[in-house]
Write a protein that binds this ligand. Sequence first.
Ligand code: 8YV
Length: 325
Amino acid sequence: VFATKVIPELAKELFANQQVILDEWTGAQPISKEQLTGTLIQGGYDGLLVAGVKIDADIIDAVKATVKVISLLSVGFDNIDLEAATRAGIPVSNTPDVLNDATAQTAFLLMQNVARKAFYNYRRIMDGDWKSESFVKNLGQDLQGKTLGIFGMGSIGTVMAKLCKAAFNMDIIYHNRRPNKAAETQTAARYVSFETLLRQSDILSIHAALTPETTRIFNAEAFEKMKSSAIIINTARGKVIDEPALITALEQKQIWGAGLDVTDPEPMAPDNPLLKMENVAVLPHIGSATVHTRNAMGQLAAENMLLGLSGNRLKTIVNKEVYDR
Ligand code: 8YV
């Protein structure tokens, strides 16, 4: 099995018990496509355990003679060419649900952080500027009773809606491809059009998968429709937001603030103007980064890998058409 990025100890133990040999990418830099393809062709691997690295049709073609399973250590699967994997007869799995709480909690902490300008105030302290500015010149926003808009009401969005309802008694609206009746029952959320979501949300939290339809859906036109007091939160994928348009919208005060755990590209350039803005908080994609959650993801990814290696149906498959072939 070939693995990219950090694999939790638990996953290693599971593999060790099953006598699977795990080769891990240990380079300090992210693995390049050329390095990855070369390593994979040379290794003749039976399985790939992948965290975030792009697996395109060329790579799949290069490995399809030996690879029996691709197990992703993420809920998102926008980094893999699923059609190519299905064509090659390779089942692919992800790690849904086990990271719902950690990711929604990251959205929640970004929301509070932006509303009270916590990162900005912390930066001031670090710059030795405790009191040059009267805090009444730089007030934050209350969250009590505000309208929360969820873009992508799936399992992570539902947890965010519950947190906001419990903590701040927020009114919840959402937009999805299809209404999510279970989420409506659990959070009293109302389904609205994308346009209404933009116009009515005080807080707009993105929890949708990156697809051709959602790519840069939050663009200049969308920001124009939002409230000037609105805060946008993104813990999904950076490319759902047109980042230059977001910078303009914040500079022109079309919207009030932004909290981003995901950016486009990642890592964000250190001179990105977003990092200097008072009403912006940026985190380096740590949505699932807790011990408990990464262990649970590792365990599920390892389980899928072992099922695939032994020719069994994967537990959380994302291309089940592969079994119809
Ligand atoms: C990680 C994620 O970035 O699950 C996802 O989709 O974005 C995060 O959990 C990913 O697992 C890469 O390690």
